[in-house]
Design a protein around this ligand. Structure first.
Ligand SMILES: Nc1ncnc2c1ncn2[C@@H]1O[C@H](COP(=O)(O)OP(=O)(O)OP(=O)(O)O)[C@@H](O)[C@H]1O
Ligand SMILES: [Mg+2]
Length: 453
């Protein structure tokens, strides 16, 4: 039933995340008792926020299952897919809600995106709800609709639905920070304040939102100046630990071997550091190289697979890194200085201080500090406790180092070239990842000491 948004392949290989699923389940159960606990999931790009939300939907949509939602109705939407004018946003927001509330997931969501379909669907959901949707469309038809009112009506739609249907509603908004694009409309100005006002006046709706920009998510939910400060519980989705990584690899590689050899499991964890998307990419390349090139199922094949995925222009990791870099730099004013800083940092496993970076680039440290703040805002770099700056992700750091050195594989290199590359990349990568690991360890040590005191 969900296949259309949650492909069967992803369902089959879904691994763990039991803690997050339990937190989501608790919000659902509390809502059933009239207590609202809104959640915000934050985590690195492709770490698995969307899949865990879809898994939650799947478990709740199974009739009669233990995780069944009972009197709660679940709705899900991905905000970048909503047209980003207030009028377009309103129509799609309501369209998605109607699609999920109508309860027949075999239909296509697009069929809910026009006025007549929305009026027809809401007509079957009680008079009060139908009136609400009619009012919204009357506003939309005006020459100059009141955009503020439109968003208010849209945000209130699930709350109007709930009493009429005798239900409560969970509204899941993926890529939530995209909503900020609406701030560009002068009538809207502060969409988060508008959202909060609607949310606070509701009692039967709980919100679960997700977003990739960790810095931005923290600013929206943890900054005292933000309208949503203290309204949501922020949950971080991190990479897998060793056990979950092994479990995912066993599933992915079960077609090659059962059991999967221990050194292969260790090698995959070593290169991916438990990042689910990197595990997926590496495992797929291992399968390809074994099936097409007759490589053995061994740790050397894992390292080759990771190298090809990261440095080859068709590699999944290569393309993710490139996308992340391009996307992140789009939001940063004047791309050349940020890129120069990223290049310099990519060469330094141990991280660098502001003074060191400024000296290397022969620029005043004030200007470099500004660039570093931007880069931290878009999650590319972070400042550690010891004041040095470094990449957040060792794979991205390695990728940037090779990318700017001009190395890029466009085909399959000879075995000799590949072996040399693998050896070189592994040494570099080990150094970067260990430095980041050590920095994390010292952070934990300091935290523990603080607790001691
Ligand atoms: N729990 C998991 N079990 C198995 N595979 C996973 C899991 N989490 C993530 N993956 C793999 O990683 C990929 C990316 O996951 P997903 O799209 O959920 O990430 P995301 O955090 O929503 O990314 P984005 O930041 O781009 O929105 C999935 O397609 C899947 O291959
Ligand atoms: Mg996602």
């Amino acid at each position: 039933m969900l296949d259309y948004i949650y492909p069967e392949e992803e369902q089959r290989f879904f691994t763990n995340r039991e803690h997050t699923l339990a937190v989501l389940g608790l919000s659902r159960d509390l809502l059933g008792q009239g207590v609202r606990k809104h959640l915000a999931l934050s985590g690195f790009r492709r770490v698995g926020k969307t899949v865990v939300l879809k898994e939650f939907l799947r478990r709740n949509l199974q009739p009669g299952s233990a995780g069944s939602a009972g009197d709660c109705r679940l709705t899900y939407m991905d905000l970048p897919r909503l047209a980003l004018t207030p009028e377009g946003f309103t129509v799609k927001y309501v369209g998605y809600l109607l699609y999920w509330l109508a309860g027949d997931l075999h239909q296509r969501v697009e069929s809910f995106f026009d006025a007549s379909a929305q009026l027809a669907a809401s007509g079957q959901m009680g008079a009060a709800f139908s009136e609400h949707v009619v009012r919204l469309h009357q506003e939309l038809q005006k020459e100059k609709p009141d955009q503020h009112l439109l968003l208010e009506l849209a945000f209130n739609t699930p709350e109007v639905y709930a009493p009429a249907a005798g239900k409560r509603v969970i509204v899941i908004l993926d890529e939530f920070p995209e909503i900020l694009a609406l701030d560009n409309y002068p009538q809207i100005h502060d969409v988060l304040a508008l959202f909060r006002a609607a949310m606070q006046a509701q009692s039967r709706v709980v919100y679960v939102v997700a977003g990739s920009m960790i810095g931005l998510m923290e600013r929206i939910f943890l900054d005292a100046a933000s309208p949503l400060f203290v309204h949501f519980q922020l949950e971080t989705i991190g990479p897998f630990g060793r056990e979950d990584c092994d479990a995912m690899v066993r599933k992915r590689l079960s077609m090659l071997a059962d059991p999967v050899p221990g050194d292969v499991l260790a090698a995959i964890y070593q290169v991916t550091r438990g990042h689910p998307f990197y595990i997926y990419a590496t495992a797929m390349r291992v399968i390809e190289n074994i099936s097409l090139l007759n490589k053995p199922l061994a740790s050397a094949t894992v390292q080759e697979a990771f190298t090809l995925e990261t440095l080859g222009s068709t590699g999944r990791i290569y393309n993710l890194c490139r996308y992340v870099l391009e996307q992140s730099l789009q939001g940063v004013r004047g791309e050349t200085m940020p890129q120069a800083v990223l290049q310099v940092l990519a060469q330094q496993p141990a991280g660098m201080t502001l003074t060191e970076i400024a000296a290397r680039l022969k620029r005043p440290s004030g200007a470099i500090r500004q660039v570093l703040t931007w880069l931290a805002d878009v999650d590319l770099v972070e400042q550690r406790e010891d004041k040095t700056y470094s990449y957040r992700d060792p794979v991205l750091q390695i990728w940037v180092a090779y990318y700017y050195s001009g190395l890029q594989l466009t085909g399959m290199p000879s075995q000799k070239v590949l072996s040399n590359l693998v050896a070189e990349l592994m040494v570099k990568y080990e150094r970067v990842a260990n430095e980041l690991g050590l920095a994390k360890e010292s952070q934990v040590r300091e935290l523990l000491q603080a607790f001691n005191g």
